[in-house]
Ligand binder design. Sequence first.
Ligand code: NAP
Length: 273
Amino acid sequence: MPSYVIAGVARGIGYEFLRQISSDPNNTVIGTVRNKAETSKKVSEDADLKDRSNIHLLEAELTNYEALKRAAEDTAKITGGSLDYLVASAAYVSQFDAYDSIGVLGTNKPQELEDDLKKAFDINVVAVIHLYNLFMPLILKGQAKKVVAISTGMADAELVNKYEVGMGPLYAISKTALNMVVAKFNAQYKKDGVLFLGISPGVVDTGNFANATEDQLKSMGGMMQKFVEYAPHFAGPITPEESVRAVRSVWEKATVQENGGDFISHYGTKQWL
Ligand SMILES: NC(=O)c1ccc[n+]([C@@H]2O[C@H](COP(=O)([O-])OP(=O)(O)OC[C@H]3O[C@@H](n4cnc5c(N)ncnc54)[C@H](OP(=O)(O)O)[C@@H]3O)[C@@H](O)[C@H]2O)c1
């Protein structure tokens, strides 16, 4: 009976993890959300999910250490004290920096830049460190021992340099730090057989750009052109369904010895698109 904790299942890629993994009744899937009542309602109205008794929702704001601690305690009660897979999917995907370069933001909005970067660090980096530490006793007692962080190809400095990807600087900085979190946990726990892995899900349509203005869409178009230059096969964002299937297959194939601490894509390589 493999057990999973997925942090951030209220929507987007996280919700798709919940959907796919719970489709096997042998899996126990525990999803953390910020508003349990809201997500319980969403699940109860979802024709596929509503009758799945292997879904458990726990309420936890990721930046609230006590809430995360409670989530770990409640998980232990559900699983009997162990955990096979832990996936940090929740993230602060900033709209503030989504369409601008670092110099533009820093010149026009220095205080907002500072606030947004700190927020990104709190959620995308510090909260993941606490999440991992609080769930480690359970993971060490699990069978699979796989801990995954959903990262992004935007945090690959080589890609940023080669294609001059200026957009999303603060988000990318926080995810680069997240990749080092993965490496540092690997450095500590590889000897215990725990796989820590950062996986980029590709460019996925989760509605994050639905409210973009015309100017913002223009910047977005420029970036999409760079994406096509980088990956001529790129035909636009993939669906959460495709992305999650690919990401799960990557973590299933990955081993501690070969991939411990890595940052790879949904293809299992350094090809991000
Ligand atoms: N979509 C893409 O193209 C793409 C590309 C590369 C990487 N990623 C990564 O993939 C993951 C999922 O992305 P997505 O597109 O599905 O994002 P999304 O639709 O913006 O969903 C983000 C999720 O994170 C949760 N969350 C945000 N801040 C939180 C906090 N402080 N505490 C607890 N939960 C919090 C949100 O909860 P609420 O519903 O309560 O706000 C939501 O469930 C993220 O790590 C993202 O960086 C996405």
